[in-house]
Design a protein around this ligand. Structure first.
Ligand code: PNS
Length: 166
């Protein structure tokens, strides 16, 4: 395998509960840079997620069904252990604001200490989406607010179903 091939697969990890327009934007921009992007849905991040891991995977797979360059997987435990068992050498993380930086910086340094061969690449979120987060989407939707600008229509539908049942 050449150096180019090794560096052209990236992992975009996160909770994605649910995937937002901010995530979608970062994934789309990542596949303009990398040959393949593996969206890695973390298990057990939150004790009471709105969506199960299979539901989150299904939504992301449907949104990116038009391309075979986005693959969706799940992982449990340390991100680095999951990545070391796969083909990627790059972790992509989005930065929306300075407030994201401290945690992201710590995580990148810790991951680099655990696995020096794996690099974290930060992408700034598009200005349009700096205020969007899964947490804000859930809070707004739970109070009956309109989340159509914040999530894909398919996700909006699923959120409505969830909150109509709760
Ligand atoms: O969407 P999020 O919540 O910002 O995603 C954070 C996530 C899941 C990427 C991060 O918490 C993570 O990698 N968790 C797995 C455990 C791990 O490897 N932690 C970093 C080293 S201690």
């Amino acid at each position: 395998m050449t150096d180019k091939q090794q560096s052209s697969v990236a992992v975009f990890p996160g909770s994605f509960d649910p995937v937002t327009v901010g995530h979608i934007d970062l994934i789309e921009r990542s596949i303009a840079v990398f040959d393949k992007v593996i969206v890695a849905v973390a298990c057990n991040q939150e004790k009471t997620p709105l969506f199960s891991v299979p539901e989150r995977i299904d939504m992301i797979e449907k949104i990116f069904s038009h391309t075979d360059r986005v693959k969706v997987e799940t992982f449990d435990g340390l991100l680095i252990n999951y990545i070391q068992n796969g083909e990627a050498h790059v972790i992509i993380r989005g930065l929306r604001a300075v407030s994201d930086f401290e945690y992201e910086f710590q995580m990148a340094l810790m991951n680099h200490k655990l696995a020096p061969g794996i690099e974290t690449f930060f992408m700034t979120s598009s200005a349009l989406y700096t205020y969007v987060s899964s947490r804000i989407v859930k809070e707004l939707a739970s109070l009956g607010g309109d989340v159509s600008d914040l999530v894909h229509p398919l996700v909006e539908e699923k959120i409505k179903e969830k909150y109509s049942r709760i």
